[in-house]
Design a protein around this ligand. Structure first.
Ligand code: SAM
Length: 247
């Protein structure tokens, strides 16, 4: 009985470490390479760490070497899917996720905080600075990001519980639409994931609610249902944004 309890405890401890190592790696990769899509890839990463921990005590050197090779292969596969591997190999370029100041985000989106309708959802909110900025001005606002800070919703925007007809404003500055654009050029199946997400976002708006995003999506905006009105603004050259209003 005691032995069973100890075995269970050891397993629990191992799984805890597997989770910590996996989430650390996921965070590192998604911060460096923002177009990487790790949905469906987490179980295989967990297994790599699980195998590593299992063999570390008995044969440390072989375990480290094998682990390094498997992790490298896993990472290469994820980067190759989004075309980042060649970029890294060819130029040494390492894209990083940027967080823009709240003032710049609102300027690019062509709106002042007083004009924003509540409640507000910031999709791909980064470090949450825009959410904090709006809350400080008395607005009800929240945000979702796969690397969200404490207090905001942490997770994939594809899994976000957007609901129906409930948001006054949904914001996506250099996030969903940037990824939609990249997916549009990269793969039909990723593009259709984004098209579905985009339509879910529109249906999560209240009547009169607005979806504000940058960059714009000219290849998609002309096929929207007629209950959605599209307008564009451009704060400065190259910084075009879109406002979609649910009539
Ligand atoms: C370029 S940053 C922009 C952050 C913020 N909106 C701003 O303008 O400062 C893009 C953000 O999208 C998040 N992101 C990318 N893909 C995501 C996904 N599939 N689900 C949730 N968040 C994602 C990244 O973690 C990152 O914080």
């Amino acid at each position: 009985m005691l032995a069973l309890g100890a075995a269970r405890e050891a397993l629990h401890r191992k799984e805890h470490w597997v989770s910590l190592l996996t989430s650390g790696m996921v965070r590192y990769i998604t911060e460096q390479f923002q177009f990487v899509d790790l949905r469906g890839q987490i179980a295989s990463l967990r297994q790599i760490y699980r195998d590593f921990l299992e063999h570390l005590a008995e044969e440390p050197e072989e375990a480290v070497e094998r682990h390094h090779g498997r992790l490298l292969e896993w990472t290469r596969t994820q980067l190759a899917v989004v075309g980042a591997l060649e970029l890294v190999r060819g130029t040494g370029f390492r894209p990083v996720c940027s967080n823009y100041s709240p003032e710049l985000q609102l300027q690019v989106l062509g709106i002042r905080s007083e004009e924003i309708k509540e409640p507000v959802l910031d999709l791909g909110c980064g470090d949450g600075s825009l959410v904090r900025y709006l809350c400080d001005r008395g607005l009800t606002a929240t945000g979702i990001d796969r690397n969200a800070p404490d207090g905001l919703l942490s997770g994939e925007w594809f899994d976000a519980p957007l609901g129906s007809g409930q948001w006054g404003t949904i914001i996506a500055h250099q996030s969903v639409s940037l990824h939609f654009r990249s997916a549009h050029h990269a793969s039909a199946s990723r593009a259709s994931d984004y098209a579905r997400l985009y339509l879910r976002i529109l249906h999560a708006l209240r009547p009169g609610g607005r979806f504000l995003y940058a960059p714009s999506l000219p290849f998609f905006e002309h096929v929207l249902p007629s209950e959605f009105l599209v307008s564009h603004s451009s704060a400065f050259p190259g910084a075009e944004s879109t406002m979609v209003t649910r009539i």
